[in-house]
Design a protein around this ligand. Structure first.
Ligand code: HAM
Length: 414
C-alpha cells in the first residue's frame, strides 16, 4: 500500500514500538533531572536566523552548511533550530531569568534540525534531551551536569559508554591558544587538507577532527590547550576532575577534544559509545561562559549538555516494551456493546488497561483480534448480564460474577 509520498530524506516516522522506547528515555531523563532540581522548559521549533549565527557561530559547520533557513511571509529570516542552548539563553534573557535564584537549572526534550548527510545515527530531524545550568561558574555545576548524563546513560543501560573530558580555558586563554594553533597550521600548510587550510583563520580547532591523513600528522604535533591551561582555568579544570574522581565517574582526558559549536569555554565533554561506529557520541556539552553576553546580556557563566535520543536507541538496540493489556472486552451478543464500552471506561478509571472491539466483529472475530493484539485475557459479556473470563493462553474459560470483575481482571495481572 505504498503511496508516492515518503518521509523527507534524513527524517523518519516514529512508529509505536519506537515511540514507547523513546518515552522511556524521556521519562527516565525527566525523573533524574527533577530529582536534581532542574525544571522543564520548551522553546519554539524555529527562531530568528541571527540567534544561531551569533550564538552557535558563523564559522561553524552548523551555521555555514547545515541550517534549514527560509524567509517567512513577512520577509524575516527564520531557521529551524539546529540546537537548544542558544534558544534557551535567548529565553533566559527575554524573561529576565537573571532575577531568579541562580543558577537557573533547566531541562528540555524535543526535535532539532540539521541539513547533514544522512547516515546511521545522523539525521536531518533528530531529538535531544538536554539540560542547562545558567548563572554560575562553579566547577560543581560542571561536575553535576556530567554526573547527571552519566546517571541517565547508566539507568537506561547504554553499554560501553566512555567519557572524554577536555578544557578550552577562558575566552582570553582560548583566544591566545587559537593564535598559537593557527601559527602551527600555517607553518605546515602544505600537509593540510584543502578544507582545513581554507579554515585556518575561521575555525582552526576543527583540524583536530579531520579524517585527512596529512592533517592528522600535522595535528599530532600541534599544541593542545589542555597543556596550556594556566591560573584559574587550570584550577577550574583540576577541580572538575577532582569532583568527578570523588563521585567515582571514570573519564579520559582528551586534549584534542573539540565540539562543533563556537560557544564553549573551559570544560567540554563527550560521552561516546564505541558500538555506534562513525557517529559514536551519544551526548556531550560543556561550559559556555560567553554565550549570554554574546547575545546581548550581562556576563553570565553557564554549563550544559544534550544527548541524542536516536543515538541512545541505536546503542540500546531495543524497541519499547510491549504495551500492557490487562483484558479485552468482547461481546457474545450485539445487545452488550453499550455495556462493554461503559464497563471498559469504569475499569480504565480503576487503572486497568482494557480494550473493546471497535470494529463490531463476530465473537469469533473478537477472540482472534484479542489474540493478535496480545491480550492475555478476554472478558466475554453475555446477553443475560453474565460474563465469562477466558485465558487466551490455556483457552480455559470460566464464569465470573459481575461484582468481582475488578478483582478478577486486576488481581490476575501478571
Ligand atoms: P551537539 O554536540 O551538537 O551539542 O549535539 C548533542 C547531541 O545531539 C550529540 O551528542 C548527538 O547525540 C546528537 N546529535 C547531533 N546531531 C545529530 C544528528 N544530525 N542526528 C542525530 N543526532 C544528532 C548541542 O547541540 C549542544 N546544544 C549541547 C549543549 C547543551 N552544550 C551546552 N549545553
Amino acid at each position: 500500500m505504498a503511496s508516492k509520498y515518503q518521509a523527507p530524506r534524513g527524517t523518519f516516522d516514529v512508529l509505536p514500538d519506537t515511540a514507547r522506547a523513546r518515552a522511556r528515555i524521556e521519562g527516565a531523563a525527566a525523573a533524574i533531572f527533577a530529582r536534581a532540581g532542574y525544571e522543564p522548559i520548551s522553546t519554539p521549533a524555529f527562531e530568528d536566523t541571527e540567534l544561531f549565527e551569533r550564538g552557535v557561530g558563523r564559522s561553524t559547520d552548523i551555521v555555514r552548511k547545515e541550517m534549514f533557513t527560509f524567509e517567512d511571509k513577512g520577509g524575516r529570516s527564520i531557521t529551524l533550530r539546529p540546537e537548544g542552548t542558544a534558544p534557551i539563553c535567548r529565553a533566559y534573557l527575554e524573561h529576565g531569568m537573571h532575577k531568579l535564584a541562580q543558577p537557573v537549572k533547566l531541562f528540555y526534550a524535543g526535535p532539532f534540525f540539521r541539513h547533514e548527510r544522512p547516515q546511521a545515527g545522523r539525521y536531518r530531524q533528530f531529538h535531544q534531551v538536554g539540560l542547562e545550568a545558567i548563572g554560575t561558574d562553579s566547577p560543581l555545576a560542571d561536575a553535576e551536569a556530567i554526573m547527571l548524563l552519566a546517571d541517565l546513560l547508566a539507568e537506561l543501560g547504554v553499554p560501553g559508554v566512555e567519557l572524554r573530558l577536555g578544557s578550552l580555558g577562558s575566552l582570553e586563554a582560548r583566544r591566545a591558544y587559537l593564535e598559537e594553533l593557527k601559527s602551527h597550521l600555517r607553518a605546515n600548510q602544505g600537509d593540510l587538507s584543502k578544507d582545513v587550510r581554507e579554515r585556518i583563520d575561521i575555525n582552526p580547532l576543527r583540524a583536530f577532527d579531520s579524517d585527512d591523513e596529512g592533517t592528522q600528522s600535522v595535528m599530532a604535533s600541534a599544541p593542545t590547550i589542555v597543556e596550556h591551561l594556566e591560573g584559574d582555568d587550570a584550577e577550574h579544570f583540576a577541580t572538575v576532575r577532582g569532583l568527578l574522581d570523588a563521585a567515582g565517574i571514570a573519564y579520559e582526558i582528551d586534549p584534542t577534544l573539540v565540539r562543533g559549536l563556537d560557544y564553549y569555554t573551559r570544560t567540554i565533554f563527550s560521552f561516546v559509545c564505541e558500538g555506534l561506529g562513525a557517529q559514536s557520541e551519544v551526548g556531550g556539552g560543556g561550559r559556555y561562559d560567553g554565550l549570554i553576553e554574546q547575545l546581548g546580556g550581562p556576563p553570565t557563566p553557564a554549563v550544559g549538555w544534550a544527548a541524542g535520543i536516536e543515538r541512545i536507541l541505536l546503542a540500546l538496540g531495543e524497541e519499547g516494551e510491549a504495551p500492557r493489556r490487562d483484558a479485552f472486552l468482547a461481546v457474545a451478543d450485539e445487545t452488550q456493546r453499550q455495556r462493554a464500552l461503559a464497563l471498559a471506561s469504569e475499569l480504565r478509571h480503576a487503572g486497568l488497561a482494557v480494550e473493546v472491539d471497535l470494529a463490531e466483529r463476530s465473537l469469533k472475530g473478537q477472540l482472534k483480534h484479542a489474540d493478535r493484539i496480545g491480550a492475555r485475557r478476554v472478558l466475554i459479556l453475555e446477553a443475560d448480564g453474565g460474563a465469562q473470563l477466558r485465558d487466551m493462553k490455556s483457552g480455559e474459560q470460566r464464569p465470573v460474577e459481575p461484582g468481582r470483575l475488578l478483582e478478577e481482571i486486576g488481581g490476575a495481572r501478571p
